[in-house]
Design a protein around this ligand. Structure first.
Ligand code: GLY
Ligand code: MN
Ligand code: MN
Length: 446
């Protein structure tokens, strides 16, 4: 297992070279980039928490450990320098394997490896005469102040020049744009994450029956993720029965699923640091009631029509506006709102029942990196981008203005799409969403 980065070192080397070409284009003068993971494994008293590498650092190195720093010195022969924890038999006895210096040299394809304790001394020297530092401030205040001290020290060491400190340019948006456009390999990892996520949703649908607790459904869902090869979740699973589904970030998952209610699950499995993000709604007793079906199909219709729009040149905002228009029309049909669609949109009346966006970039983070606007305009979709399509309708249980039969209903249907040159590929199509399919799976519960 401990034989280097997942998928092979070449993937990470290519990404690093691509980043270097972006950095040198942006700063033709002398520059250095620093990317750090959390410097200490988080501890709560004596409890050790699970560590997940920072997404961008993993993206560029595949190195999984805390206290890792990547330094990029574009004009040097030792362009890529990795600072890592040294091997430590006692700590490894307690906390597990570390690659150490030799392991990092052998497996990660960088030009030079140092123990992380030498970071300050080595990099202060490198910072002498540097004009631009690519670094994301405010990730870790202690590390930030270390970096600022090092810049000051490097300037003092360079002798009197009258020049100021190096300018700091945020590296996150630069890597963010790279991460936004998925390569073939990344699409395959994401597809696998989506397949596993879909399998978990199916397992949960099959398991669901009246009187099970939400956390018990969660156990089935997440067990299936792991059985299918996912190491961890992309985010906390939302398993929300009845009116809990109207709470957008409900993660308590503590209630009993009642016969006659619907269950909303928003959950995604991670595969090699890429995550799926699927929402499905299943009737607890096996079949939708008439009002449930009507409500569900209203959202489904809009969701499918949003997916149909996805192709290069269309903007996420166009899809959101389309969802708002479609949902507002459905709200009128359902009797949730009165008036005409145009006016209700102008007055933002729809927001009462549809209070969130229709999608977000998806990748190594569930709300992935990448700009949403360029020069103040919503950006156009391009091949390689991946995002979610997730319209929903939520009727608060105490909403006296809503028809009684819909109070406490929360339905969101969420799929993940990959923009292709001519349209899109729905990565989550293995998760059933047609009424008949969902009922078929739901009916296998006993
Ligand atoms: N699961 C988080 C989201 O849908 O944005
Ligand atoms: Mn989402
Ligand atoms: Mn979601």
């Amino acid at each position: 297992m401990f034989n280097g980065p997942f998928g092979g070192v070449e993937i990470y080397k290519k990404r690093r070279e691509k980043l270097v070409s972006k950095l040198t284009r942006q700063a033709s003068d002398s520059s250095i980039a620093i990317l750090a993971s959390k410097l200490e494994q988080e501890r709560n008293h004596d409890v050790h928490h699970y560590y997940r590498q920072d997404s961008s650092l993993y993206y560029l190195t595949g190195h999984p450990e805390p206290e890792t720093v990547l330094v990029i010195n574009p004009k040097s022969k030792t362009k890529f320098i990795l600072f890592v924890r040294e091997k430590d038999p006692l700590r490894e006895l307690w906390d597990g394997f570390r690659y150490g210096i030799d392991g990092a040299e052998k497996y990660f394809g960088v030009d030079k490896v140092y123990p992380v304790k030498e970071f300050k001394a080595v990099v202060t020297e490198l910072l002498k005469g540097v004009d631009t530092l690519f670094y994301h401030l405010n990730e870790d205040v202690h590390f930030d102040s270390k970096i600022l001290n090092m810049l000051e020290e490097a300037k003092n060491l360079s002798g009197r020049s009258g020049r100021g400190l190096a300018q700091i340019v945020d590296i996150n948006p630069i890597i963010g744009e790279m991460r936004l456009f998925k390569t073939k390999e990344e699409i395959e990892f994401l597809r696998k994450a989506c397949d596993i996520s879909a399998a978990g949703h199916v397992a949960a649908m099959k398991f669901l029956k009246p009187n099970v607790y939400e956390y018990q459904v969660q156990a089935e869902l997440e067990a299936e993720f792991k059985r299918q090869g996912s190491e961890r979740l992309g985010y906390n699973s939302i398993v929300a029965s009845g009116a809990n589904a109207t709470v957008l970030h409900y993660i308590t998952n503590r209630d009993q699923c009642k016969d006659g209610d619907m269950l909303l699950i928003d959950a995604g499995a991670e595969y090699n640091f890429l995550t799926g993000d699927i929402t499905r709604v299943t009737p607890v007793g096996g079949g939708f009631s008439k009002p449930q079906r009507r409500f569900y199909e209203a959202v489904l219709k809009v969701q499918k029509s949003c997916i149909k729009m996805v192709k290069p040149g269309v903007r996420l905002l166009d899809i959101h506006n389309h969802a708002i228009e479609g949902l507002t029309h459905e709200m009128l049909e359902l009797g949730l709102l009165k008036g005409n669609v145009k006016q209700l949109i102008l007055k933002r009346e729809f927001f009462k029942y549809y209070p969130h966006g229709t999608g977000h970039w998806l990748g190594m983070d569930v709300h992935d990196t990448g700009l949403y606007t360029i020069d103040g305009e919503s950006r156009k979709l391009e091949p390689g981008m991946c995002f979610t399509v997730e319209p929903g309708l939520y009727v608060p249980i105490k909403d006296k203005n809503a028809p009684k039969e819909y109070r406490g209903f929360g339905v969101r249907i969420e799929d993940n799409v990959h923009v292709t040159p001519k349209g899109c590929d729905v990565l989550t199509s293995n998760a059933p969403k047609e009424v008949e399919e969902v009922e078929l799976y739901a009916n296998t519960g006993q």
